[in-house]
Design a protein around this ligand. Sequence first.
Ligand code: AP5
Length: 219
Amino acid sequence: MRIVLLGAPGAGKGTQARLLSTDYGIPQVSTGDMLRAALKAGTPLGIEAKRYMDAGNLVPDDVICSLIKERLEEPDAKRGFLLDGFPRTEKQAEALDTLLGDIGQDLQLAIDVDVPEEDLVRRLSGRRVCRDCGASFHIAFNPSSKGDACDFCDGELYQRADDKAETVRNRLRVYHDQTAPIAERYRRAGLLRRLDGSRSMDEVRGDLAVILESLKVTP
Ligand code: AP5
């Protein structure tokens, strides 16, 4: 299974990618998570990425594309992957095609998770993330049963710096300018499916399973 999850910040890509990864046993490849891990480890990549992320801008394409190339060469990605947050620009989409062409594979599906803007803002402003395992919660829609601690690993929950109102506005602007247009590329290739991401997490999970079944996309 080789799938791209498209959608605005807060659409639920990470939430659904984690569930799909568990259900189908293939890795979730999230560029956002990879950059945050680099930042936490204090690597040169993390330090360079921080200023773009904090402002809600995109990290340069060449940096992201080499990160993805390395990740997709790892053994666990040989059976497939769910790309979450990549590609985000035309250049990244072209790089992905080239990368897959080089290893004789192709993309099977691009799923555009669609959520109205007012819901996106509500989701991002209430999101809390585990500092240790990266699990994502929401103070109203998906609270941790342990309050400020993670349900899965007891780690501390925090609000991402880029989930502050002003940065969210810029992230949404950047999404509309640079990322939303690439859905057209996948529509032309006959790979695009739209998913109503405004429904509950379980409903969206069920709708995704139906899409995968109907297309006979197998793990
Ligand atoms: P990244 O981490 O990828 O952020 P994003 O794309 O903005 O996506 P989010 O993680 O904000 O949202 P999501 O769709 O995963 O939603 P989630 O499931 O968490 O990127 C961060 C930054 O890194 C970028 O701004 C950029 O600087 C850089 N970057 C990353 N990739 C890059 C690339 N390819 N090129 C260049 N730069 C890159 O859900 C959100 C909230 O809603 C949660 O609280 C969740 O619990 C809740 N929720 C989820 N589903 C539902 C539902 N159905 N109903 C109610 N609540 C829900």
